[in-house]
Design a protein around this ligand. Structure first.
Ligand code: GLP
Length: 271
């Protein structure tokens, strides 16, 4: 797998990568849809802003994207301002031409989570699987809402959020911890690993510990992010702050790459 250090805005690079990957696919399969797994969270707002810009400037047509979001809070109405339905509407769907029937999100209000999650897995299968899954990472190394301890074979399901995750996300709920849902529906780590390609973004000093744990450990359930090491085509894209706790030898490798090519958009190491 690749560890990539961004030398430009993380979101700009990720948006350009989605564009390039989808357009390369359509060059070979002009009539087919491209199935994209999508995240929410603070890390990826720049990525969505750049995707909207690509649409506005005519650089990218979204009509043949099919999207599956990673997760949704349990018990929040889609109209709730902090639901991931609202997030996606605000950050992507309102600004691009993805047909409504091509957008998929888990229903956090379902009375039957098991049936909802099984149907979601089936929809992904019917869409031909996910070509590129883009995600963020939690401060404790969670991916989607797979908290530490989640099995690497886990599928879409109802999960309980850790206190740390709820505290981290309280900033979106006016810093009222009690308003942050205790549970969520999330794709599983197994669901993520089934994607043809995975791109995970981590930025800022709050993610430095998770990035360092990821780099320094074999795959372990205590850090869900380490599951990426089991995937044949996965990239963890980080910024300089998230790289701040990396071991010195890796920091030195990145410094050397930067010295060789100061203008590069990213610096990539194979782990
Ligand atoms: C949230 C989401 C994750 C996201 C992560 C990071 O709780 N469920 O899918 O990747 O935590 O969020 P942020 O980018 O806001 O730090």
């Amino acid at each position: 797998m690749k560890l990539a250090l961004a030398n430009i805005n993380l979101g700009l690079w990720a948006a350009a990568y989605i564009k390039q990957t989808a357009q390369a696919f359509w060059a070979k399969h002009p009539q087919e849809t491209f199935t994209l797994g999508l995240p929410t969270g603070g890390t990826v707002t720049d990525m969505y802003a750049n995707l909207r810009l690509f649409y506005q400037t005519g650089a990218l047509d979204f009509s043949r994207f099919v999207t599956f979001n990673m997760d949704e809070y349990a018990g929040l109405l889609p109209e709730h301002p902090q639901s991931y339905h609202s997030y996606m509407q605000q950050h992507l769907f309102s600004g691009v031409n993805i047909p409504p029937q091509n957008r998929h999100l888990l229903n956090g209000m379902t009375q039957d989570p098991a049936a909802e999650c099984a149907a979601y897995e089936e929809s992904i299968r019917q869409a031909g699987g996910i070509k590129l899954f883009v995600g963020g990472v939690g401060r404790n190394g969670h991916i989607a809402f797979n908290e530490p301890g989640s099995e690497f074979t886990s599928r879409t399901r109802l999960v309980e959020l850790t206190l740390g995750t709820r505290q981290a996300n309280a900033r979106f709920f006016g810093n009222h911890l009690e308003k942050v849902p205790t549970h969520a529906l999330t794709v599983g780590i197994g669901t993520l690993l089934d994607a043809q390609e995975i791109l995970i973004l981590a930025d800022g000093p709050q993610k430095a510990q998770a990035v360092s744990t990821f780099v320094c450990n074999e795959p372990t359930l205590s850090c869900p992010l380490t599951a990426l090491k089991l995937h044949p085509n996965a990239t963890l894209l980080i910024d300089k702050e998230a790289a701040s706790l990396l071991p010195d030898d890796l920091k030195d490798c990145f410094t050397e790459l930067e010295t060789q090519n100061p203008e590069a958009a990213i610096y990539c190491l194979e782990l």
